[in-house]
Design a protein around this ligand. Structure first.
Ligand SMILES: [Cu+2]
Length: 169
């Protein structure tokens, strides 16, 4: 049984190795990912694939990987919102509370309530009860469709934006 498995694996790997080398960076990445996911991965094969890529593609790829990994983790991503997106809440006064995945700078972040007629009303951001929250209040809202528009400055100095709708009844 083990012998059979070994043969299958060998055939599989041989077939894979004989494939022509990838000619674009994208194809090369897919190839490497595929190799990493197969049981017949071996480092020689992976290195051989990588060596096939022209140098500038490799450098481009490396730069992309460096940019795409660690710094992105700290971007402010909205985790939870009150009012929730696409929900209906009772007016005329509402509390807005946005929770992010990381610390946000309350002084340099912005909150707007976009009124049913499309006009944005800036909401004062309250002193932060928690470092990952942006909170504000709005009063005197008539029934209708509103939007919360936010921009959040995260601890790593990146600004992210978002907008979502909710309804006041
Ligand atoms: Cu960032």
């Amino acid at each position: 049984m083990a012998e059979y498995a070994r043969k299958i694996k060998q055939r599989h790997c041989t077939k894979r190795r004989s494939r022509r080398s990838p000619d674009t960076a994208e194809a090369a990445v897919l190839e490497v990912v595929e190799l990493l996911n197969t049981e017949c991965r071996d480092d020689v094969t992976i290195i051989a694939v990588v060596m096939d890529i022209r140098l500038r593609w490799m450098l481009l790829l490396l730069a992309f990987c460096l940019l795409a990994t660690s710094p992105a983790v700290a971007h402010a991503v909205l985790l939870q919102a009150i009012p929730a997106g696409d929900s209906t809440v009772s007016g005329p006064d509402i509390v807005v509370s946005l929770q992010f995945n990381s610390r946000v700078d309350g002084k340099r972040s912005r909150l707007y309530l976009v009124l049913p007629d499309g006009k944005p009303r800036r909401l004062e951001i309250q002193p932060q009860s928690k470092a990952d929250r942006l909170e504000g209040r709005a009063s005197g809202l008539a029934a209708g469709l509103f939007h919360i528009r936010w921009s959040a400055l995260s601890a790593d100095g990146h600004l992210t934006n978002g907008e979502y709708a909710f309804r006041v009844r």
